[in-house]
Write a protein that binds this ligand. Structure first.
Ligand code: AQP
Length: 349
């Protein structure tokens, strides 16, 4: 049995509106896990600034985005009484542990990170150091709470593997000191990613080979959690599909990324498996399926925007949630950071 108490941590960047990919890939598991685990969900504002101020938009934009994403968390169903909801920058230990991990992680490990390559593009020399270091800060976000489980979308799998490598190397590098300080064989857990459900990688509605993303210039590529019922329905009806109909078995979706994406979205929203959806709609045309999907998506998503607006009418409430969450998160993070300092030999008074 593990020496670590099960604890869940995950986060989303306040870099724009949350979208269906964030909701189906991560949020549904977050909501589910708050019923069974100790859960911490942060708005990762220190990650949001990694692409440079011209991309994140400056202080007014950032502040609004942090409050909007917090409101979206609550509107989606996170309960501040059940989960610790906070913003990363209010718990300074994330950044302190990231510095320690910068000295544990190897350049070769970071050089393999595909998200950096995608985001930096061809002009790597002009990317910020923070963008390159993003996965190290993410490891610190997780391990400062000794989190054992991290529910994320498929795109974060590689970063989670890096987190495991960093934890393993820290445990090994300081094994003697860790044991001498009474922590047994390991100080940090080897965190498990939780990548579950029929929509762990939601694709763009305009191109089934590209991930649905906040930064796609086409608003038609994604469903934002702030979209009106009309916009949700319109985007689904305009979603790209191929000329064939709905297959009767999952094998018939192979090589048809747009079809696979829409069926996966339906399954995740309906809380069904893909086979179940195909048993109902297989043999039919996409036009009819899109109508059913639009109806389901409006039913599930439109109330979220309404609830967000209601919450944002009282920003004082949203700020109070973040303050309370940050206080509770700090109470866990500070003693862990103190132990890290002691393990490494820093003088702790
Ligand atoms: N398309 C997706 N399908 C499934 N899961 C997804 N996630 C993001 N996009 C999809 C999951 O949502 C959580 C929070 O993601 P994030 O806020 O850290 O940002 P991101 O992955 O960088 O999201 P975007 O939309 O792609 O932002 P930009 O465009 O700014 O890069 C994570 O668990 C992620 O896996």
């Amino acid at each position: 049995m593990s020496q670590f108490t099960p604890r869940v941590l995950s986060g989303m960047q306040p870099t724009g509106n949350l979208h269906l990919g964030n909701y189906l890939g991560a949020m549904l598991n977050w909501i589910r896990m708050q019923e069974t685990h100790e859960t911490l969900y942060c708005v990762v504002d220190l990650h949001a600034i990694t692409q440079g101020v011209t991309v994140w938009g400056g202080p007014t934009v950032l502040r609004k985005a942090i409050l909007d994403v917090t409101a979206a968390y609550i509107a989606c169903g996170l309960d501040p009484k059940k989960s610790i909801i906070f913003n990363q920058s209010q718990v300074a230990e994330h950044a302190e542990l990231a510095w320690v991990f910068n000295c544990v992680a190897r350049l070769g490990w970071l050089d393999r990170m595909t998200q950096f390559k995608e985001k930096a593009g061809k002009d790597k020399e002009r990317a910020s150091v923070g963008l390159y270091d993003y996965p190290v800060l993410m490891a610190a976000d997780i391990l400062i709470y000794k989190a054992t489980h991290v529910p994320v979308g498929e795109d974060q799998k590689q970063h989670l593997e890096l987190t495991r490598d960093i934890a393993q190397k820290f445990n090994l590098d300081f094994a003697e000191s860790i044991a001498a300080q009474g922590h047994g064989e390991a100080f940090f857990p080897i965190t498990d990613p939780v990548i579950q459900g029929p929509a762990t990688r939601v694709m763009s509605l305009r191109d089934g080979t590209k991930k649905m993303s906040k930064s796609d210039p086409s608003d038609l590529s994604r469903i934002n959690l702030t979209d009106s019922a009309d916009d949700i329905a319109r985007k689904i009806r305009k979603a790209k599909t191929d000329a064939d109909g709905i297959p009767s078995a999952a094998g018939g979706l192979k090589g048809r990324p747009e079809a696979e994406n829409l069926v996966g979205i339906y399954a995740a929203l309906a809380g069904q498996g893909v086979e179940q959806v195909l048993a109902e709609y297989g043999g039919g045309q996409f036009s009819a399926f899109k109508n059913a999907l639009a109806e389901l998506a409006v039913l599930k998503l439109a109330p979220i925007a309404g609830e967000m607006n209601r919450l944002l009418a009282d920003p004082g409430y949203v700020e109070a949630v973040l303050k309370d969450g940050s206080d509770r998160a700090r109470a866990i993070a500070q003693p862990v950071m103190r132990e890290v300092r002691k393990i490494m030999g820093f003088v702790v008074s």
